[in-house]
Every structure is written in C-alpha cells, then in structure tokens.
Design a protein around this ligand. Structure first.
Ligand SMILES: [Zn+2]
Length: 186
C-alpha cells in the first residue's frame, strides 16, 4: 500500500474539497482577505487555516503595509490603535484587535467586524505557513511523507500545493474548531 506511480497519479487527480476548517462562501459574497501586521503572526497562520486569505506583513513599515492594503483590497488587522486609525483615515478597511492571545483576538475580530458591518466570509482552508491551496490526500498517499504512527492514526491528510507542507487533524485541531465556532457566530 505504499508509494508507486499509481498513488502519484491518484494524488494528482484528487481534488477533494480540502476544507478541514473552511466554510463555503455563500454565493455572491466575496471572501474576506486580510493583511496582518507584524505583531499578529500566529493569528495570521490560524486565519489561513480557517480559510481566510491572509498576508502576514512581517517586515516593512506602516506605510508599506497601508499601501499594500489599499492596492490589494485587504482588511488591515492590527493591535496598534494608531495604525488602525491611519488605515481608516487613508480609506482602507481596518480592524483594531484587542486581546493577548489568539482566542481573544478572534473574539475581538468577530465583535469589531460586526460593529463595522464587515462580513467575515471564509473559503477552504489554506496552508497556514504560506497561504497556498491544500489538496486532500488519503492514507496510502502519504507514505514516507508523515511519520508512520501519524499515518496509522489518521485517514485524511492535506498537502499544500505551493510549499508541500503536509497537515493532518492533530492536537491543534480542537483549538481551530473553537475559533471556527467563534467565527460562525457572526
Ligand atoms: Zn504552503
């Protein structure tokens, strides 16, 4: 049950809906895309896993971030109140996030998005590392790609089409499920 070209071609043809956490975008509604400031790296990774196309703006100054936000139409996420004000004054959409951990930040995101009537529309789960699209793989397809103990324990796997990172429903899953439920309250 391991390796071989059969598996490879099956893998190529496999385009199941990956979406370990993503929700289908209601038709006609554009998906919400974010740009997160340098303080929000772990939140950016979680938002990608939850199906939000999110740029993590790790380097560069505020003006570069704001420029990118306005040219790409992304909503600025920041825990810097001054930056949020600057973004809004410049015509961009921005959400000022409070909270000291991602759970609190997601709560804050839901509250603030509701207040500013910003729809939170996610798509399929994306690679939390690079934001690439994920393909679904089955047990036999991941031989050699994940530890054997992991392969035995799980039925479905997800691989990033851009960076090749492989995911499965591990211990981080419960945290993500919790955040996904918070988002569904919108
Ligand atoms: Zn990736």
């Amino acid at each position: 049950m391991r390796g071989g070209s059969t598996k490879r071609s099956r893998r190529r043809n496999k385009r199941d809906r990956p979406a370990p956490e993503g929700r289908e975008a209601p038709s006609g509604l554009e998906q919400t895309r974010f740009i997160a400031d340098a303080m929000l790296g772990s939140l950016a990774r979680k938002l990608r896993a939850l199906g939000f196309d999110t740029v993590y703006y790790r380097t560069g100054d505020d003006s570069g971030l704001l420029r990118l936000a306005s040219t790409s139409g992304r909503v600025v996420l920041t825990s810097d109140r001054a930056l949020a004000h600057k973004a809004i004054a410049g015509g961009a959409k921005a959400i000022f996030l409070t909270g000291v951990n991602d759970r609190q930040r997601v709560r804050s995101l839901v509250t603030e998005a509701g207040r500013s009537t910003l729809p939170l529309v996610s798509g399929d789960s994306l690679c939390s590392i690079c934001g690439g699209k994920l393909e679904t793989l089955r047990k036999g397809d991941v031989a050699g790609m994940v530890p054997q103990t992991v392969e035995k324990r799980h039925r479905l796997f997800y691989r990033c089409l851009s960076c090749g990172q492989t995911y499965w429903r591990g211990s981080h899953w419960k945290k993500l499920r919790y955040l996904a439920r918070l988002l569904e309250e919108t």
